[in-house]
Design a binder for this molecule. Structure first.
Ligand code: SF4
Length: 345
Protein backbone atom coordinates (compact mmCIF):
# COMPACT_ATOMS: atom_id res chain seq x y z
CA UNK A 1 0.00 0.00 0.00
CA UNK A 2 1.33 3.42 -0.99
CA UNK A 3 0.59 6.45 1.12
CA UNK A 4 1.04 9.27 -1.34
CA UNK A 5 -0.23 12.76 -1.95
CA UNK A 6 -0.29 15.67 -1.95
CA UNK A 7 1.61 15.10 1.26
CA UNK A 8 0.53 12.09 3.32
CA UNK A 9 2.39 13.30 6.42
CA UNK A 10 -0.19 16.07 6.82
CA UNK A 11 -2.66 13.37 7.88
CA UNK A 12 -2.98 13.52 11.65
CA UNK A 13 -3.90 9.81 11.61
CA UNK A 14 -0.97 8.66 9.45
CA UNK A 15 0.44 6.43 12.23
CA UNK A 16 -2.93 4.78 12.67
CA UNK A 17 -3.23 4.21 8.92
CA UNK A 18 0.24 2.69 8.66
CA UNK A 19 -0.39 0.44 11.63
CA UNK A 20 -3.68 -0.74 10.13
CA UNK A 21 -2.07 -1.46 6.76
CA UNK A 22 0.73 -3.42 8.39
CA UNK A 23 -1.73 -5.36 10.54
CA UNK A 24 -3.60 -6.26 7.35
CA UNK A 25 -0.39 -7.82 6.04
CA UNK A 26 0.36 -5.13 3.45
CA UNK A 27 3.80 -3.83 2.52
CA UNK A 28 3.67 -0.17 3.52
CA UNK A 29 5.26 2.53 1.42
CA UNK A 30 5.32 6.26 2.17
CA UNK A 31 5.91 8.73 -0.68
CA UNK A 32 6.72 12.08 0.86
CA UNK A 33 8.39 15.45 0.50
CA UNK A 34 9.87 14.90 3.97
CA UNK A 35 8.79 18.38 5.01
CA UNK A 36 6.33 17.81 7.85
CA UNK A 37 8.76 15.45 9.56
CA UNK A 38 11.13 15.44 12.51
CA UNK A 39 13.23 12.74 14.14
CA UNK A 40 10.51 11.78 16.61
CA UNK A 41 7.89 11.43 13.90
CA UNK A 42 10.18 9.31 11.76
CA UNK A 43 10.83 6.97 14.69
CA UNK A 44 7.07 6.68 15.21
CA UNK A 45 6.49 5.89 11.52
CA UNK A 46 9.04 3.09 11.68
CA UNK A 47 7.57 1.79 14.91
CA UNK A 48 4.09 1.79 13.34
CA UNK A 49 5.30 -0.59 10.64
CA UNK A 50 6.59 1.44 7.72
CA UNK A 51 8.52 -0.73 5.25
CA UNK A 52 9.63 1.70 2.56
CA UNK A 53 10.34 5.43 2.53
CA UNK A 54 10.34 7.32 -0.77
CA UNK A 55 11.72 10.83 -0.52
CA UNK A 56 11.15 13.29 -3.36
CA UNK A 57 13.81 15.73 -4.55
CA UNK A 58 13.59 18.60 -7.02
CA UNK A 59 17.30 18.57 -7.69
CA UNK A 60 20.72 18.21 -6.08
CA UNK A 61 21.19 21.94 -5.54
CA UNK A 62 19.13 24.21 -3.41
CA UNK A 63 18.56 27.03 -5.89
CA UNK A 64 16.71 25.14 -8.63
CA UNK A 65 14.98 22.89 -6.11
CA UNK A 66 13.61 25.95 -4.37
CA UNK A 67 12.52 27.55 -7.62
CA UNK A 68 10.56 24.47 -8.66
CA UNK A 69 9.08 23.57 -5.29
CA UNK A 70 8.39 27.16 -4.32
CA UNK A 71 9.76 26.56 -0.84
CA UNK A 72 13.07 26.15 0.99
CA UNK A 73 12.70 22.40 1.19
CA UNK A 74 16.12 21.11 0.18
CA UNK A 75 17.99 21.42 3.52
CA UNK A 76 15.18 19.57 5.29
CA UNK A 77 15.40 16.74 2.75
CA UNK A 78 19.12 16.42 3.45
CA UNK A 79 18.37 16.22 7.17
CA UNK A 80 15.80 13.48 6.55
CA UNK A 81 18.40 11.51 4.58
CA UNK A 82 20.68 11.54 7.62
CA UNK A 83 17.90 10.44 9.99
CA UNK A 84 16.97 7.57 7.66
CA UNK A 85 20.44 6.03 8.07
CA UNK A 86 19.52 4.99 11.61
CA UNK A 87 16.83 2.53 10.51
CA UNK A 88 16.59 -0.75 8.68
CA UNK A 89 14.15 0.73 6.21
CA UNK A 90 14.01 0.47 2.43
CA UNK A 91 14.71 3.93 1.01
CA UNK A 92 14.14 5.27 -2.50
CA UNK A 93 15.07 8.75 -3.68
CA UNK A 94 12.73 10.18 -6.31
CA UNK A 95 14.26 12.94 -8.40
CA UNK A 96 12.01 14.96 -10.67
CA UNK A 97 14.03 15.69 -13.82
CA UNK A 98 13.63 18.51 -16.32
CA UNK A 99 15.73 20.73 -18.55
CA UNK A 100 16.91 22.94 -15.72
CA UNK A 101 18.25 20.23 -13.46
CA UNK A 102 19.12 17.36 -15.81
CA UNK A 103 22.76 18.48 -15.71
CA UNK A 104 22.79 17.69 -11.99
CA UNK A 105 22.41 13.93 -12.52
CA UNK A 106 25.95 13.17 -11.27
CA UNK A 107 25.33 15.15 -8.10
CA UNK A 108 21.97 13.48 -7.61
CA UNK A 109 23.55 10.07 -7.97
CA UNK A 110 26.30 11.04 -5.54
CA UNK A 111 23.65 12.13 -3.06
CA UNK A 112 21.98 8.74 -3.38
CA UNK A 113 25.32 6.98 -2.85
CA UNK A 114 25.96 8.94 0.32
CA UNK A 115 22.56 7.97 1.71
CA UNK A 116 20.99 4.68 2.81
CA UNK A 117 18.96 4.46 -0.41
CA UNK A 118 18.92 1.18 -2.29
CA UNK A 119 16.94 2.59 -5.20
CA UNK A 120 16.90 5.89 -7.01
CA UNK A 121 14.38 6.97 -9.59
CA UNK A 122 15.10 9.76 -12.04
CA UNK A 123 11.73 10.54 -13.56
CA UNK A 124 11.36 13.23 -16.16
CA UNK A 125 8.42 15.51 -15.60
CA UNK A 126 5.09 14.43 -17.03
CA UNK A 127 3.79 17.33 -19.07
CA UNK A 128 0.38 17.82 -17.54
CA UNK A 129 -1.10 20.77 -15.69
CA UNK A 130 1.54 23.23 -14.47
CA UNK A 131 4.34 21.35 -16.24
CA UNK A 132 2.39 21.52 -19.50
CA UNK A 133 2.13 25.27 -19.08
CA UNK A 134 5.91 25.40 -18.60
CA UNK A 135 6.80 22.77 -21.16
CA UNK A 136 8.98 25.09 -23.23
CA UNK A 137 11.18 25.69 -20.20
CA UNK A 138 11.14 22.21 -18.68
CA UNK A 139 11.35 19.79 -21.61
CA UNK A 140 15.00 18.69 -22.07
CA UNK A 141 16.63 19.00 -25.45
CA UNK A 142 17.38 15.81 -27.33
CA UNK A 143 21.08 16.35 -26.72
CA UNK A 144 20.55 16.69 -22.99
CA UNK A 145 18.49 13.53 -22.96
CA UNK A 146 21.09 11.53 -24.87
CA UNK A 147 23.88 12.83 -22.67
CA UNK A 148 21.97 11.86 -19.54
CA UNK A 149 21.31 8.38 -20.89
CA UNK A 150 24.97 7.92 -21.75
CA UNK A 151 26.00 9.12 -18.33
CA UNK A 152 23.67 6.79 -16.45
CA UNK A 153 24.62 3.82 -18.60
CA UNK A 154 28.19 4.15 -17.35
CA UNK A 155 27.57 5.52 -13.88
CA UNK A 156 25.22 2.82 -12.72
CA UNK A 157 27.60 -0.08 -13.48
CA UNK A 158 29.62 0.22 -10.25
CA UNK A 159 26.36 0.58 -8.31
CA UNK A 160 24.99 -2.80 -9.33
CA UNK A 161 23.91 -4.78 -6.29
CA UNK A 162 23.96 -1.64 -4.14
CA UNK A 163 21.59 0.90 -5.70
CA UNK A 164 19.01 0.19 -8.36
CA UNK A 165 18.86 3.10 -10.79
CA UNK A 166 15.72 3.76 -12.82
CA UNK A 167 15.33 6.44 -15.43
CA UNK A 168 12.00 7.51 -16.89
CA UNK A 169 12.48 9.44 -20.14
CA UNK A 170 10.03 12.11 -21.25
CA UNK A 171 7.09 10.62 -23.13
CA UNK A 172 7.58 13.12 -25.92
CA UNK A 173 10.89 11.52 -26.94
CA UNK A 174 9.56 7.98 -26.76
CA UNK A 175 8.36 5.97 -29.73
CA UNK A 176 5.40 4.51 -27.90
CA UNK A 177 3.58 5.66 -24.78
CA UNK A 178 4.05 4.16 -21.35
CA UNK A 179 1.38 1.78 -20.07
CA UNK A 180 -0.09 4.51 -17.93
CA UNK A 181 -1.07 3.17 -14.48
CA UNK A 182 -0.34 -0.29 -15.86
CA UNK A 183 -3.61 0.06 -17.75
CA UNK A 184 -6.77 1.80 -16.58
CA UNK A 185 -8.51 -0.20 -13.85
CA UNK A 186 -6.01 -3.05 -14.06
CA UNK A 187 -3.65 -2.52 -11.12
CA UNK A 188 -4.21 0.69 -9.26
CA UNK A 189 -7.02 2.01 -7.11
CA UNK A 190 -6.37 5.38 -5.52
CA UNK A 191 -8.42 6.61 -2.57
CA UNK A 192 -8.52 10.34 -1.98
CA UNK A 193 -8.67 11.86 1.53
CA UNK A 194 -12.47 12.13 1.29
CA UNK A 195 -12.83 8.48 0.24
CA UNK A 196 -13.41 8.81 -3.50
CA UNK A 197 -11.90 5.91 -5.47
CA UNK A 198 -10.01 6.86 -8.65
CA UNK A 199 -8.34 4.75 -11.36
CA UNK A 200 -5.45 7.24 -11.55
CA UNK A 201 -4.25 10.36 -9.73
CA UNK A 202 -5.38 12.68 -12.51
CA UNK A 203 -8.65 10.96 -13.42
CA UNK A 204 -10.70 13.92 -12.19
CA UNK A 205 -9.55 16.02 -15.15
CA UNK A 206 -11.51 13.83 -17.56
CA UNK A 207 -14.99 15.30 -18.11
CA UNK A 208 -18.00 13.10 -17.53
CA UNK A 209 -16.44 10.71 -15.01
CA UNK A 210 -17.98 10.34 -11.59
CA UNK A 211 -16.28 8.57 -8.72
CA UNK A 212 -17.80 6.41 -6.05
CA UNK A 213 -16.86 6.71 -2.41
CA UNK A 214 -15.59 3.95 -0.13
CA UNK A 215 -17.92 5.16 2.61
CA UNK A 216 -20.97 4.26 0.56
CA UNK A 217 -19.80 1.28 -1.49
CA UNK A 218 -17.32 -1.52 -0.93
CA UNK A 219 -13.90 -1.44 -2.52
CA UNK A 220 -14.67 -4.71 -4.26
CA UNK A 221 -17.85 -3.35 -5.86
CA UNK A 222 -16.17 -0.12 -6.90
CA UNK A 223 -13.26 -1.99 -8.46
CA UNK A 224 -15.46 -4.49 -10.26
CA UNK A 225 -18.28 -2.38 -11.57
CA UNK A 226 -18.10 1.38 -11.01
CA UNK A 227 -18.50 3.47 -14.17
CA UNK A 228 -15.18 5.27 -13.70
CA UNK A 229 -13.20 2.04 -13.51
CA UNK A 230 -15.07 0.51 -16.43
CA UNK A 231 -14.70 3.55 -18.68
CA UNK A 232 -11.26 2.75 -20.16
CA UNK A 233 -10.80 -0.78 -18.89
CA UNK A 234 -10.06 -3.50 -21.42
CA UNK A 235 -10.05 -2.71 -25.13
CA UNK A 236 -13.64 -2.04 -26.20
CA UNK A 237 -13.30 1.74 -25.68
CA UNK A 238 -10.26 1.97 -27.98
CA UNK A 239 -10.25 3.84 -31.25
CA UNK A 240 -8.02 3.13 -34.24
CA UNK A 241 -5.08 2.76 -34.48
CA UNK A 242 -5.05 1.26 -30.95
CA UNK A 243 -8.04 -1.01 -31.59
CA UNK A 244 -6.17 -3.15 -34.10
CA UNK A 245 -2.62 -2.57 -32.84
CA UNK A 246 -0.46 -5.47 -31.68
CA UNK A 247 0.85 -3.39 -28.78
CA UNK A 248 -2.56 -2.63 -27.25
CA UNK A 249 -2.10 -5.25 -24.50
CA UNK A 250 1.32 -3.77 -23.66
CA UNK A 251 0.70 -0.05 -23.38
CA UNK A 252 -3.13 0.03 -23.31
CA UNK A 253 -3.18 3.02 -25.64
CA UNK A 254 -1.07 5.19 -23.30
CA UNK A 255 -2.33 7.90 -21.00
CA UNK A 256 -5.98 9.02 -21.08
CA UNK A 257 -5.20 12.39 -19.52
CA UNK A 258 -2.47 13.09 -22.07
CA UNK A 259 -4.85 12.10 -24.87
CA UNK A 260 -7.39 14.56 -23.51
CA UNK A 261 -4.83 17.32 -23.15
CA UNK A 262 -3.20 16.94 -26.57
CA UNK A 263 -5.93 15.42 -28.74
CA UNK A 264 -8.97 16.84 -26.96
CA UNK A 265 -10.39 13.34 -26.56
CA UNK A 266 -9.65 11.08 -23.58
CA UNK A 267 -10.42 7.98 -25.69
CA UNK A 268 -7.96 8.88 -28.45
CA UNK A 269 -4.64 7.16 -28.99
CA UNK A 270 -2.05 8.87 -26.77
CA UNK A 271 -0.53 11.48 -29.15
CA UNK A 272 3.02 10.62 -28.12
CA UNK A 273 2.60 7.31 -30.00
CA UNK A 274 4.30 7.26 -33.41
CA UNK A 275 1.16 5.65 -34.82
CA UNK A 276 -1.16 8.39 -33.60
CA UNK A 277 -2.49 10.80 -36.23
CA UNK A 278 -1.81 13.49 -33.61
CA UNK A 279 1.91 12.70 -33.36
CA UNK A 280 2.89 15.64 -35.63
CA UNK A 281 1.87 17.94 -32.75
CA UNK A 282 4.52 16.33 -30.55
CA UNK A 283 7.11 16.40 -33.33
CA UNK A 284 6.47 20.12 -33.84
CA UNK A 285 6.99 20.74 -30.12
CA UNK A 286 10.26 18.78 -30.17
CA UNK A 287 11.41 20.55 -33.32
CA UNK A 288 10.87 23.91 -31.64
CA UNK A 289 12.68 22.82 -28.48
CA UNK A 290 15.65 21.51 -30.43
CA UNK A 291 15.96 24.21 -33.06
CA UNK A 292 18.32 26.73 -31.51
CA UNK A 293 20.30 28.53 -34.19
CA UNK A 294 24.12 28.30 -33.98
CA UNK A 295 24.41 32.06 -33.41
CA UNK A 296 22.05 31.74 -30.46
CA UNK A 297 24.16 28.89 -29.11
CA UNK A 298 27.21 31.13 -29.01
CA UNK A 299 25.30 33.89 -27.27
CA UNK A 300 23.78 31.49 -24.77
CA UNK A 301 27.05 29.72 -24.12
CA UNK A 302 28.77 32.97 -23.24
CA UNK A 303 25.99 33.82 -20.82
CA UNK A 304 25.65 30.48 -19.10
CA UNK A 305 26.95 29.37 -15.74
CA UNK A 306 29.64 26.66 -15.44
CA UNK A 307 28.24 23.21 -16.08
CA UNK A 308 28.75 20.18 -13.92
CA UNK A 309 32.05 18.80 -15.04
CA UNK A 310 31.29 15.14 -14.42
CA UNK A 311 28.36 15.14 -16.77
CA UNK A 312 29.95 17.55 -19.17
CA UNK A 313 32.92 15.22 -19.52
CA UNK A 314 30.93 12.03 -19.47
CA UNK A 315 30.23 11.88 -23.19
CA UNK A 316 29.69 13.85 -26.34
CA UNK A 317 32.52 16.28 -26.58
CA UNK A 318 30.61 18.18 -29.22
CA UNK A 319 27.83 19.07 -26.82
CA UNK A 320 27.26 22.80 -26.90
CA UNK A 321 26.62 24.85 -23.83
CA UNK A 322 23.12 25.78 -24.87
CA UNK A 323 21.90 22.55 -23.30
CA UNK A 324 23.36 23.37 -19.92
CA UNK A 325 21.28 24.41 -16.96
CA UNK A 326 22.68 27.89 -17.06
CA UNK A 327 21.69 28.52 -20.63
CA UNK A 328 18.05 28.18 -19.71
CA UNK A 329 18.26 29.61 -16.26
CA UNK A 330 16.90 32.95 -17.38
CA UNK A 331 13.75 31.51 -18.87
CA UNK A 332 10.85 32.27 -16.59
CA UNK A 333 8.42 29.74 -15.28
CA UNK A 334 4.81 30.77 -15.60
CA UNK A 335 2.65 30.95 -12.54
CA UNK A 336 0.89 27.68 -11.73
CA UNK A 337 -1.91 27.28 -14.21
CA UNK A 338 -4.16 24.37 -14.96
CA UNK A 339 -4.96 24.37 -18.63
CA UNK A 340 -7.71 21.87 -18.66
CA UNK A 341 -9.50 22.25 -15.38
CA UNK A 342 -10.01 24.92 -12.78
CA UNK A 343 -7.10 25.17 -10.42
CA UNK A 344 -8.15 23.03 -7.44
CA UNK A 345 -8.75 24.90 -4.21
S1 SF4 B 1 -1.45 2.62 -31.53
FE1 SF4 B 1 -2.20 2.51 -29.45
S2 SF4 B 1 -1.76 0.42 -28.77
FE2 SF4 B 1 -0.54 0.79 -30.62
S3 SF4 B 1 1.45 1.48 -29.84
FE3 SF4 B 1 0.20 3.31 -30.23
S4 SF4 B 1 -0.77 3.78 -28.27
FE4 SF4 B 1 -0.01 1.66 -28.16
Amino acid sequence: MDFTGGEPLTRTDILELIRAARTAGLYVNLITSGLPLDETKLAALVEAGLDHFQLSFQGAREEIAQEISGTKAHPQKLRVLEWLKRYRLAVTLNFVIHRRNIEQLPEMLALAESSSATRVEFANVQYYGWAFANRDVLLPTREQLMTSLDFLKTAQLPLEGKIRVEYVVPDYYAKYPKPCMGGWGRKLLLITPNGDALPCHAARVIPGLSFENVQTRSLQEIWASSDAFQKFRGESWMQEPCRSCDRRAQDFGGCRCQALLLAGDAAATDPVCRLSPQRPKIDAILAAINSVEPSEKVAQASACAPTNSALANATRQDRTEDQSEGSHANANLTKPTWLYRPNPA
